[in-house]
Ligand binder design. Structure first.
Ligand code: HEM
Length: 241
């Protein structure tokens, strides 16, 4: 479909709104590396990145919070305290408020640790790499399975437990090499901070305005990204204070 739309626009003379595909088309005229295949693969990648990533993390947070009422209570308390300190409780979240959401960010980290949408990240061996008696030949593609690293019991006690409080004691030197939900180095996720802010904002509205209970279909599987084979069904109702 993306290829069809790209070809249709390349042949048409009509003016568009200037969406991402139009930017690619404009750049195809000046940048040789932007070929038809490049555009199709990137458009597909972007659609996946934008549609699946944050929504999956939020769905998981909903499930984990519904199953852990004490965590939900602490999270709600953090957000209600923010509302209490505001002059107008309906005013938008400020940067200072976001920075004060310590426990919320621990909940987000713990959700990303337990079930990150991405199974890992790809790298290419630029030269032969010798490791534990094996050689990864130059040119091979390597999948660094960060989703496995995040369940390492040497670094995360009871790794399958949803315990946002663990983040209080984890040292940044340990995390640098053992927690990479957004990848690492120069290829690191361009949307990492945006994603954290988005999820924190969503949780703020959710816990202050709504309550929810799990109904059924909460099975989670990885193949290779996170999937909910039977969906996730919640009953959501507005909070009446
Ligand atoms: C919870 C949400 C998300 C997670 C867990 C996530 C995770 C990742 C991971 C693991 C990578 C590979 C990084 C590497 O190879 O080192 C990546 C790359 C990328 N992500 Fe995200 N992502 C998320 C949301 C987003 C969003 C919302 C956007 C855009 C608004 C985005 C844009 C990108 C881009 C452009 C790259 C490629 C960076 C490059 O190759 O230079 N991501 N992401």
């Amino acid at each position: 479909m993306v290829r069809y739309e790209l070809r249709r626009r390349l042949m048409s003379t009509e003016k568009h709104q200037g969406d991402l595909l139009d930017h690619f088309i404009r750049d195809m005229n000046t940048e040789n590396f932007i070929t038809e295949d490049f555009v199709v693969q990137h458009m597909f990648g972007f659609l996946f990145i934008i549609f699946d990533s944050i929504s999956t993390s939020i769905a998981l947070a909903l499930k984990l919070l519904a199953e852990h009422p004490l965590v939900l209570e602490e999270l709600t308390a953090e957000h209600e305290a923010i509302l209490k300190n505001r002059e107008n409780s309906d005013s938008p979240i400020t940067w200072e408020e976001y920075k004060s959401m310590t426990f919320t960010l621990q909940v987000i980290n713990e959700t990303l640790r337990l079930a990150n949408i991405s199974p890992g990240m790809f790298r290419k061996a630029l030269k032969d790499i010798k490791i534990k008696g094996y050689t990864i030949p130059e040119g091979w593609v390597i999948l660094l399975a960060t989703s496995v690293l995040h369940l390492n019991s040497d670094k995360f006690e009871n790794p399958l437990e949803f315990n946002p409080r663990r983040w209080k004691d984890l040292e940044s030197s340990v995390l640098a090499k053992n927690f990479m939900p957004f990848g690492s180095g120069m290829k690191q996720c361009a949307g990492s901070e945006y994603s954290r802010v988005f999820i924190a904002t969503f949780l703020h509205v959710l816990v202050t305005k709504y309550r929810w209970t799990k109904i059924n279909g909460c099975e989670v599987m990885r193949s290779p990204i996170i999937r909910f084979p039977n969906g996730l069904h919640f009953k959501v109702s507005e909070k009446k204070n």
